[in-house]
Design a protein around this ligand. Structure first.
Ligand SMILES: *Cc1c(COP(=O)(O)O)cnc(C)c1O
Length: 383
């Protein structure tokens, strides 16, 4: 019996990238092992310098995760018990956790139905005397409406922390995300557009005193060994991860462009299929497609067809933060945020990563087409 070898399409595959970079990465990490110098050394300083420059920010403080970056940023702004921080309910839970771990309360709001990012009108309505900061998320790699967010913050005297954990290198009106608010936070979780070999994160800011405070908080409140100015923590990124990030940072723009080309090709071929809504890209920003998310008429059917034919897919995220068990104390039941709740049943993330091959992408598109036809999906209002 002859069997045709099926082309599988993983949701994300990092192995090819490693094969391409192996020599460079080996050369970058070998001296660290040889010197047995693993913590807060030159590789960390070098990565911080280059990532600050990349973001167009004056300072970068590297940390051990995106969650740590958000937590540290809010601590540096003195967010604490009694305070509220406004953020979007359709984010990864880390955004809210960082607020909670400062002792403050996440004040969740709904999102724009087209961009899936924080709706400025709802932000405005959520402000009260407890509001301390705004925490816009650049979801899926598309900048939030920062003009409106910064305007609202200015009017009400609030700080702005950007959750740029999915948006390394995305531009908003020509400026890199992360550099727009008071503090920008990034994750280098392996699957992010810039990812390391484990966990990592970074904070960028133009504010020198905030930078110093975050640097102290990251390392036990200390600049000089065994002299502790404030009570800090251990939030450090290690030298091995920093060295790997420095290698990869040089490729980030090229990888983002590949993602953008793949996204454009998905959209060109999917947008006319009935029952499929493709992502809308705002005029004044660039979307770097950490995730390529469509809305579909019958997600379960499509996911089953994908699974049967070896195609990966994901849902980001299946349950908004306000409906998570962990946040039941917020007392926000179903019906609180209609846009996010409607989206959670329709959104589907398709495979996208720089090394995705044309024939793999074609297979994904063919399956969407055949399911839509077989199920007679109806024409949907476009995005
Ligand atoms: C990944 C992510 C985080 C958390 O980053 P970690 O490095 O996994 O801690 C926070 N917010 C968003 C939007 C993310 O996608």
């Amino acid at each position: 019996m002859t069997t045709k070898i099926e082309l599988s399409v993983p949701f994300v595959d990092l192995t090819e990238q490693y094969a391409l970079l192996k020599d460079e990465i080996d050369a970058a990490i070998a001296p660290i092992f040889s010197a047995a110098d693993f913590v807060l050394g030159r590789p960390v300083q070098e990565f911080e310098r280059s990532f600050a420059a990349y973001c167009g920010s004056r300072f970068c403080i590297s940390v051990h995760s995106g969650t740590a970056a958000l937590h540290l940023a809010l601590l540096a702004l003195d967010v604490g018990p009694g305070d509220e921080v406004i953020t979007a309910t359709n984010s990864f839970i880390a955004t809210a956790e960082a607020i909670s771990f400062c002792g403050a309360t996440p004040r969740l709001v709904d999102v724009d139905p087209h961009t899936y990012n924080l709706d400025p009108a709802q932000v405005e309505m959520a402000i009260n005397k407890h509001t301390k900061a705004l925490l816009p998320v650049h979801l899926y790699g598309q900048p939030a409406d920062m003009h409106a967010v910064l305007d609202i913050a200015k009017q009400h005297g609030l700080s702005v922390v950007e959750d740029a954990c999915q948006a390394h290198g995305a531009l908003y009106k020509g400026a890199k995300v992360g550099s727009l608010g008071d503090i920008g936070c990034f994750s280098f979780y392996p699957g992010k557009n810039l990812g390391t070999a484990g966990d990592g994160g970074a904070i960028v800011t133009n504010d020198e005193s905030l930078a110093r405070k975050m640097r102290l908080l990251r390392n036990h409140g200390s600049e000089e060994r065994y002299k502790h100015e404030i009570i800090g923590h251990n939030f450090r990124l290690d030298n091995l991860q920093a060295a790997i990030l420095s290698v990869k940072l040089k490729y980030l723009d090229e990888w983002n462009q590949k993602r953008q080309r793949l996204a454009a090709s998905y959209t060109a071929q999917l947008k006319s299929i009935p029952g499929v809504i493709t992502p809308r890209v705002s005029q004044d920003s660039s979307h770097i497609f950490h995730l390529y998310v469509v809305q579909v008429e019958d997600r379960a059917k499509l996911q089953a067809a994908f699974a049967a034919q070896g195609v990966g897919s994901g849902i980001h995220y299946p349950v908004p933060i306000h409906l998570q068990q962990a946040y039941k104390q917020l007392d926000l039941g179903p019906g609180s945020f209609p846009t996010s709740e409607a989206l959670m049943n329709k959104i589907l993330s398709l495979p996208i990563f720089p090394e995705l091959k044309d024939e793999q992408q074609k297979k994904v598109i063919d399956i969407v087409q055949s399911v839509a036809r077989a199920e007679s999906w109806k024409k949907s209002k476009g995005n």
